[in-house]
Ligand binder design. Sequence first.
Ligand code: HPA
Length: 247
Amino acid sequence: MTIDLAVIGGSGLYNFPGLENPTRHSVETPFGQASGDVVIGDFGGRRLAFLARHGESHTVPPHRVNYRANLWALHSLGARRVIGVNAVGGIRADMGPRVIVVPDQVIDYTHGRYTSFCDVEGAEVRHIDFSEPYTESLRRQLLAAAATAGIAVIDGGCYGATQGPRLETRAEIARMKRDGCDLVGMTGMPEAVLARELELEYACLALVANFAAGCGDEAEISIEEIFAHLAAATAEVPRILANLVKS
Ligand code: HPA
């Protein structure tokens, strides 16, 4: 099966608007169950595969997502280019609510997650290069697709991946800022590294839902506000990806 583009939807993106003639695929993987069925359909005259990272009813928290099964399922269905759509908090001043970012670096603060396909008895141990955690050519295509759609997107930024599901403390975000993080999210890793192990092209489309703890004016971060901002940013995603799927 040819798949022109695979999309892993994050918080706020549980199905892909405009996907025509959808078929559902429940994939058995050596790593267990993916977050749900992969839905494959026609989009802009091409084949697009969609998987909801947290499940279609948002029942899988970030630290319990079976990232290995998700990537394996997409790969086994024939996907070679994957866009991870991720809700994030903004740390950098110009990365406020509703801003869209295509990050170019990652710092991983998660723990206790399976971060490699080598993590099984008898598997060959591989030390892959991860200097550039995202596929630069796909990042470029994604940025060009957004530009064609007339949607402003920030090129580059460091994604700090935290464990969740709770949001961070102000001190944690202050430390992440000192480390050089521009964004914070709970699902960027190990998804990116597992994609690399499978030699998938992978890039992240980060949707800023809120200023991270201590970065905005509010004393507290409201979940209602997060989802309102996310809904607005998510509405732009199909327009961006409509151009990407064709490229
Ligand atoms: N922190 C971590 N993940 C997030 C945030 C945040 O502030 N907002 C949306 N996803």
